[in-house]
Design a protein around this ligand. Sequence first.
Ligand code: FAD
Length: 479
Amino acid sequence: MSNVKRRTVVIGGGITGVTTAYYLQKEAREKGISLACTLIESSNHLGGKIQTAERDGFVVEKGPDSFLERKRSASRLATEVGLGDKLVNNSTGQSFVQVKGNLHPMPGGSIMGIPTQIAPFVTTGLFSPFGKIRAAADFVLPKSKVVGDQSLGQFFRRRLGDEVVENLIEPLLSGIYAGDIDKLSLLSTFPQFYQVEQKHGSLIVGMKSMTPRKAKNAEKGKAKGMFLTVSTGLQSLVEAVEEKLDTGSVLKNTSVIKLEKVNDEYIVHLSNGEQIIADTVVLTTPHEITQNILADYSFFDQFKNMPSTSVATVALAFPQSAINKDIDGTGFVVSRNSDYTITACTWTHKKWPHTTPKGKILLRCYVGRAGDEAIVDQTDDEIIKVVLEDLNKTMNITSDPEFSIITRWKKSMPQYTVGHKERVENVKEVMEKELPGVFLAGSSFEGLGIPDCIDQGEEAVKKVLEYIQTHSKELVEVN
Ligand code: FAD
């Protein structure tokens, strides 16, 4: 097998593609497999949605700002590429929910809005007495008989009632998916909640029994935060991985326009008119792009109607003196029941102190969510005006920002609508037959968090290696 050079093309240089190329080249080196892996990226840089700006001593994340620590693949990757000593946890503190013009502290002990401590829920001003009684019905309601998938809204509204969903769960989930809770799939986003219901009946009882004791202190600001980032910015993670890639194995400023199967090989057609021949291909592009690349194959049509939401991040830097009335916390999310355009705001200087020079303040807001995306197309000045108006409903900001960075992410948040898991399984099954050796990975399919994308990249590497092993006799000998 050593004198037969295998050729793999990885399409898309976001975190999924970079990880796929990195682990594939590493495995090949370590196992003595002769393999040429080329990573093709349409833009002039790797990282996709991971982009960091450094300005006047600030570290500003334009896209994602951190990842969940408990999903280990991202911190493992960072450590492997030499950034272990740059991993930092977020500082914990009070966070809030904005509902109908009032900022309410997030009730202690809530996990994605599900109560695990009774007292904070009984005393919170977030819900009416009726809303609280309705939520308590969770203790006695039987588990759902729904077979297969259902929307997050259907699931949570049934267990905890509309108020808890609209004033707490929806704003929290919106912060992750920028989606419509009544359309998003339970099984593709939070299957664990379905399992908890099936096991315990009550979500509250089930989540409480699974919550480690130390989490109870988290709300008091004593425990370390559950997110990690790289102190030099997440882009430095991508750059560190890129440095480890084989020389000459990355093609930037080159788009893949089509994938064609010819006998046992694949022809990867590039925007510059050139072609690359491959034995195996990993597609990590967003599904709209993948759809175009696979336009000759009707099986991918089931993703034609998969929506993606547009959002924008708005980073605003101020001197401390510009904020006359501040709030003691790390940020807030906004309920759809509020007359706000921003959907969330992080006091980045408090949550991630390393990002902000002393004496300065860094706020990072989000605008845009499913059904409410027009704001993303406004001019920078218009967006800043609206964001400042919203912030000044609870704060008192007395001057314009020293600088602002607005980053528009058009159609960037893939929406896993009801039935998504089944669609992904179907497509993968058909691909195994119609395009053996071609694999899908990335945020459009099995998780959009950074660690989920890395996991998918690692899984794709396993599949490529298995495929190469199984088909070693059939593959063409080159060199
Ligand atoms: P992408 O990053 O989209 O990469 C795809 C790549 O393919 C791009 O580089 C693109 O240029 C390239 N490409 C496109 N077309 C072609 C073509 N024809 N040929 C070749 N290349 C092509 N996740 C977290 O874990 N924590 C967070 O805090 C967080 N916050 C987020 C905030 C925002 C604003 C956004 C948008 C996302 C956030 N996410 C977060 C989600 C996470 O950042 C993304 O899901 C993840 O980075 C996507 O990685 P990817 O490799 O799958 O896709």
